[in-house]
Design a protein around this ligand. Structure first.
Ligand code: URA
Length: 507
């Protein structure tokens, strides 16, 4: 026997057992603990209530004394964590009992060792349960949400949400602000004069009941664990981890309460998962998480080999979305909206066949029903719907500066990440999280992959605040984003695959 330790009572026994576990953690062996109160105080089960209370106290003590060090080590060594252990880490972090440095070490361990499907589901549920669960039961019918993993020029929601609502779907959506080099729908909506993104739950539900559509900002109490964990990931090189991205996105989607979720998982240089294989794994993981939580989930894997559409910024993307709802949208945006929209209608049960759903979406793009629903949304959320006819009421830049091409041939690649960063240099994003955003800033591309160019042709237009210090570096970044080829180049494929609980359909 290595050591004999005397204990005062049950809890002293537990504390000393845990202390011995730490002291001898390099050795294997057996610790025998006799919890004395069960005999001496409760006389086995003759005092049933006392015995039960002591058991409960014991269980809560065991959980609260889980050792963060041991859990980090377990994951670092590639072992699976139990549901209780994951819950302990998330709750401990949100309540401030687990410090940033330990959570960061745990996140890095997940980054290198990954998580199995069960752990991903349990991590997501722990994060979803860390704050409010939005109850949408006061809205009749199947509510459908959409989420993009983030892209450059991705104004899809602004077109898609009104179009789906005009086609019979119900969209009650909480949406985010810019993340890294990617833009956020909330920032874009705020460039519409008067548009309110912060509404009470009753206002939100009331608007959805009236027009089957509302778009509001995520509240701070929605999955707060994600907010805190994301802030750490952002500064510790742990963003691009599939279990961490999947749990981050799905915790917010599950807490936001919709019955169906359509995911747009981006692949390509401008995406958080650039490789197709990683995007596919992310899509499968998120579908599995959502279906395990009883939601209907479909994911499309779509290309971010170049920015979506021509406009990158806030007001400038709202203008492109309005043009698209008028039937004058760029081909890639229209294709994406049609495909995602048809999935949203099928997931909602509005239409059974995807072909039929596609034709409904196309019809409502052509007959302005989607545009009219956007007008209803703007009015319902306090905005001025005149912008739909007079887009120059949107914030306008101090200067529009043409950037000309320095090569001849065909555009063969446009690195979306670099274009996103060029827009940020011009001032289209925030420098710190509390910065006000200048909605008028952005980049309008004049050339996309496959377009023929000659030296001196317009390549893009900068929507600038006139600050010379920003223009030259942004111009350099934009040039670095473009590649050219003397031979003709085809535009890249946009829609790669559809992932459902039944499997993967390569398209
Ligand atoms: N979007 C999110 O909400 N979370 C991530 O981790 C990545 C993209």
């Amino acid at each position: 026997m290595t050591e004999e330790i005397h204990t005062r009572d049950n809890m002293d026994g537990v504390d000393k057992t845990i202390a011995a576990m730490h002291k001898y953690h390099h050795q294997s062996g057996l610790i025998f603990t006799n919890l004395v109160d069960f005999d001496m105080v409760y006389h086995h089960r003759r005092n049933v209530e006392g015995y039960a209370a002591a058991l409960e106290e014991l269980v809560s003590k065991r959980i609260s004394s889980m050792n963060v060090y041991e859990l980090i080590k377990k994951k670092r060594d590639g072992l699976e964590l139990s549901q209780k252990e994951i819950g302990f880490l998330i709750n401990g972090f949100v309540t401030g009992q687990i410090p940033d440095y330990q959570m960061t070490a745990f996140l890095m361990a997940v980054y290198f060792k990954g998580m199995c499907d069960r752990e991903c589901v349990e991590l997501t549920m722990a994060m979803a349960n860390s704050g409010d669960q939005v109850d949408l039961s006061a809205i009749q019918g199947c509510k459908v949400d959409k989420h993009s993993t983030g892209g450059v020029g991705d104004k899809t929601t602004l077109v898609l949400a009104p179009l789906v609502a005009a086609s019979g779907g119900i969209v009650a959506k909480m949406t985010g602000r810019e993340l890294g080099h990617t833009g956020g729908t909330v920032d874009k909506l705020e460039s519409i004069p008067g548009f309110q993104v912060e509404l009470s739950k009753d206002q939100f539900v009331g608007i959805v009941n009236d027009i089957h559509l509302s778009l509001i900002a995520q509240t701070a109490s929605l999955a707060p664990a994600d907010k805190q964990i994301y802030a750490l990931r952002n500064v510790t090189a742990t963003v691009d981890s599939i279990p961490l991205i999947a749990s981050s996105i799905m915790s917010k989607k599950l807490a936001a309460g919709s019955d169906g979720i359509v995911l747009d998982v981006k692949t390509g240089r401008g995406a958080f998962t650039p490789s197709y294989e990683d995007a596919l794994e992310l899509a499968k993981t998120m579908v599995d998480i959502g279906e395990s939580a009883g939601r209907k989930v479909v994911a499309l894997i779509t290309g971010m080999e170049q920015p979506l559409g021509y406009a990158i910024g806030n007001a400038i993307e709202v203008k492109e979305a309005i043009d698209t709802l008028r039937g004058n949208g760029p081909g890639d945006l229209v294709e994406l909206v049609t495909e995602l929209g048809s999935d949203m209608l099928c997931v909602s049960g509005v239409v059974a066949a995807r072909e039929k759903a596609r034709s409904i979406i196309a019809e409502n793009l052509a007959n302005d029903k989607g545009l009219n629903r956007l007008a209803d949304l703007i009015i319902a959320q306090g905005g001025d719907s005149v912008v739909l006819d007079k887009t120059d009421l949107l914030p306008q830049p101090a200067q529009k500066i043409e950037v000309t091409c320095q090569a001849t041939g065909y555009v063969s690649a446009i690195d979306a990440l670099e274009v996103g960063l060029a827009a940020k240099i011009l001032g289209a994003g925030r420098k710190t999280k509390d910065d006000a955003i200048d909605h008028s800033i952005g980049i309008y591309l004049k050339k996309k992959i496959g377009d023929k160019v000659a030296t001196g042709d317009p390549l893009a237009v900068f929507y600038s605040d006139g600050d010379e210090e920003k223009i030259e570096p942004a111009r350099k970044k934009l040039f670095a984003a473009y590649s050219f080829d003397l031979n003709k180049v085809d535009p890249p494929k946009l829609i790669h695959a559809r992932v459902t609980k039944d499997g993967v359909d390569e398209l």
